[in-house]
Design a protein around this ligand. Structure first.
Ligand code: NOJ
Length: 753
């Protein structure tokens, strides 16, 4: 449809029809089941109203989508097709590592490939929009949703975020195999006080703009077609009623011109927040704020027509929202083909096809982070190569040995029982020297996790299971324990005050490591954990997050050295829960930091723990070692505001500086290093972080091989929101750090003049 035809259609629509486009409900209104992703509320609609609904969320079933679409197009007075939206977060049917793990890969290209596969699978089912990427900056591991974000760093999140948008949307959302992306949750949802789910967010203007907006902006710049408001209040205003946030900042300053949808029931929640007296006022506030679609309530449906007729809401506000929604439908090609790619027969060839599973297997090791590997316990050396078959005896145990739930929350595979378990994959290797034991239950018996009472092994059964594992551990050369959080311990509504492994699993680790010091812990987690005790007990610790469909195979590939774990932490791991929120990019402060080895009074931090993270942002090992040369700089002075001055300036300042290191693989295996470049602005009109990631590169080298790794530094990289609120750089001294992680001291200095 041309733009004029679209405008003509808008003019012909009745007010009720227009408001219908601004409402999203679940397939329940069409009598169909769906994935429930929020508090279930019954919505009873008349047939007449149902016919006007513009979009549905929560189904990825091609049959259901085709059937509803057929009915919807027939019933809508202007035959306007419906938009189908779904949370395709870690993949659709082929499930990939969670986003926090994608952050650890520092590999935007890989992230893009996973998103484009997810788009292929979802669009084949008839889905038009995915509620992804989630780009909330996350710095508090207690929050359950840190698993959905690439992590704590603005630049890393921005690079992964824009890659995900490209992966979902391609060049044009109308192309086959593409879906529209929806950045979320606008804004600041990742910073709830105390890590408490849905709780208040208070962020200074500086912090919000310098750190929290960066990744959302990158997604907007990448052409993301939709955005979602967040549940939280930001500086005392709930996002779905926040005109400054949605209109002035998102649309005005950031240049977003797509569709803005509320989060699940967030419009009606304006009442509980205490900012709207009733549903009518909630609808008014949200539409004035610029929320185009009301997700999962009928506040708009029941109130907007009357609000317009009474003159309380200008019809122009409704028109601008509907225009954006129709434009998205048109760009998806729905007016020509309301089913887009929906094809129940085709999905059989697309869903979980070999090529996609191969990508799932290859991507996961890039996200695994090896946190400890004492005496090279890993990789496992079972192949003696002498044909005698007399290698090491290895015990595999723990609650994840037999689990199919190797994926993260927000994954909805149709056949979770078909996801191979670790035991199944180990048995396929067919090695007679492998021993197996359950070891313990996942959680203490009768744990209640958000409405879900979970029964596991009773205390007596746990003792028995641990005893049995210990007997086998005593005769094994090495032990691999598959441990971790329960899948429901992370994700929405899963904040925790404890960042420890469940107690039955700690008991297993304590007892097994006492009889076998070659114990390796493989950890499934959706958040940073407190690992001091785990690392005192286990000789090697491998964090595999929630790796997805091919997780078991990918883990074995890494354990047996067929590939290496090449992820680095995208969130700091704390020493204790009390350190949260925790992130590397902090301010210097006026005092030195507290350290237990030099416990002086009046220092920044606590008196019972070191100030620093247990594992820093960017940390992680591989199976080889790398050395770095000192940082070299192509010039000592960088030209500030006017790059045209470069070269002609009497001071000899350059338009850009190349900072480089020579990286050498000093180990005995081919391996990958993530070279990280951080900048520090020594002084500013507002205090500046001790360092900020500004560049990174995955580099794979053979043993003995060296390579020069250059990073270009230009003035725009030094900009920030200054004291006067403007965005720009300030002259002065800067440090460039290039090294293995965020603690590197390998640095050189230059001046911005
Ligand atoms: C609530 C979640 O906050 C959001 O991330 C999700 O996309 C919607 N529900 C829809 O399921």
């Amino acid at each position: 449809m041309t733009a004029q035809d679209l405008e003509k259609l808008l003019q012909e629509m009745s007010l009720e029809e227009k408001v219908g486009q601004m409402v999203q409900l679940s397939p329940a209104v069409y009598g169909k089941d769906s994935v429930i992703t929020g508090p279930a509320g019954e919505v009873a609609l008349t047939e007449e109203k149902t016919a006007l609904i513009g979009s549905l969320l929560g189904t990825g079933d091609p049959e259901v989508i085709r059937r509803i679409q057929k009915e919807a197009v027939a019933r809508q007075p202007h035959h306007i097709p419906m938009l189908f939206m779904l949370d395709v977060i870690n993949g659709d049917q082929t499930i990939f590592p969670i986003n926090l793990a994608l952050g650890c890969s520092f590999d935007p290209d890989m992230a893009e490939r996973t998103a484009s596969i997810a788009a292929r699978e979802a669009s084949a089912a008839g889905v038009h929009v995915t509620f992804a990427p989630m780009l909330d900056l996350v710095r508090d591991a207690r929050w359950g949703r840190v698993m959905e974000s690439p992590g704590e760093d603005p630049t890393l999140n921005a690079r992964i975020g824009e890659a995900l948008v490209h992966g979902f949307q391609g060049e044009n959302v109308g192309e086959p195999g593409r879906v529209a992306a929806c950045l979320k949750h606008f804004a600041g949802y990742g910073a709830p006080e105390g890590g408490r789910e849905y709780d208040n967010v208070e962020l200074s203007e500086q912090t919000f703009r310098n750190d929290y907006l960066t990744a959302y902006q990158a997604a907007v710049d990448a052409g993301c077609r939709m955005a979602m408001t967040s549940f939280n209040t930001l500086n005392r205003v709930p996002s779905s009623a926040n005109r400054v946030l949605c209109r002035q900042i998102l649309r005005g300053e950031m240049g977003f011109d797509g569709v803005l949808i509320s989060d699940y029931a967030a419009v009606e929640e304006l009442i509980s927040h205490g900012i709207a007296a009733d549903r009518r006022e909630a609808a008014k506030l949200a539409v004035e704020a610029g929320v185009d679609i009301d997700m999962m309530t009928t506040c708009y449906l029941d109130n907007l027509p009357d609000l317009v007729r009474s003159g309380e809401v200008p019809e122009a506000l409704v028109d601008e929202a509907v225009r954006r929604i129709l434009r998205l439908k048109n760009d998806l090609g729905l007016f020509e083909n309301p089913y887009k790619d929906a094809d129940a027969a085709a999905v059989q060839n697309v869903w979980c096809c070999d090529a996609f599973r191969k990508e799932a297997r290859a991507s996961a090791p890039e996200t695994f982070v090896l946190l400890k590997n004492k005496e090279n316990l890993l990789p496992l050396d079972v192949d003696t190569g002498d044909g005698s078959g007399g290698g090491e005896k290895i015990l595999f145990a723990g609650p994840y040995l037999d689990s199919h739930a190797l994926y993260g929350s927000w994954s909805f595979p149709n056949h979770p029982e078909e996801i191979p378990t670790l035991r199944e994959r180990l048995e396929q290797r067919g090695d007679g020297r492998f021993l197996y034991a359950r070891g313990c239950g996942m959680l203490p018996d009768k744990t209640v996790l958000t409405d879900h009472p979970l029964s596991d092994l009773t205390p007596a059964q746990n003792v028995e299971a641990v005893d049995a594992a210990c007997r086998l551990a005593a005769e094994a050369d090495r032990v691999v324990l598959f441990l971790g959080e329960h899948i429901r311990q992370t994700g929405e509504g899963a904040s925790r005050t404890s960042l420890r492994l469940p107690e039955p699993q700690m008991e297993l680790l304590r007892r097994v490591s006492a009889v076998n010091r070659n114990t390796i812990a493989v950890l499934f987690t959706g958040r940073p954990l407190v690992l001091r005790e785990v690392e005192q007990l286990a000789g090697a610790v491998l964090c595999v997050w929630r790796p997805g469909t091919e997780g078991a195979q990918a883990i074995l590939d890494v354990l047996f050295g067929e590939t290496e774990p090449s992820g680095r932490l995208s969130m700091s791991f704390p020493r204790a829960e009390g350190q949260e929120p925790l992130y590397y990019s902090r301010f210097q402060g006026g005092r030195p930091r507290f350290s237990a080895s030099d416990p002086k009074a009046y220092r920044i931090g606590y008196i019972d723990e070191d100030y620093w993270a247990y594992h820093a942002f960017g940390a992680g090992e591989g199976y080889t070692r790398f050395s770095y040369s000192p940082v070299s700089l192509s010039a000592a002075k960088l030209c500030g505001a006017d790059p045209d001055r470069a070269g002609t300036d009497a001071s000899g300042a350059a338009a850009q500086i190349t900072a480089a290191v020579t990286l050498t693989n000093t180990g005995r295996r081919r391996g990958t290093e993530i070279v990280q470049m951080y900048l520090r602005d020594r002084t500013g009109s507002v205090v500046r972080p001790v360092r900020e990631l500004k560049g990174f590169r995955r580099v794979t080298l053979d043993p003995g091989e060296s390579r020069e790794i250059p990073f270009v530094i230009a003035e725009p990289m030094l900009r920030f929101i200054r004291l006067d609120g403007t965005f720009g750089s300030e002259p002065g001294l800067f440090d460039v750090y290039i090294g293995h992680d965020s603690t590197t001291d390998n640095s050189a200095a230059f001046a911005l003049v």
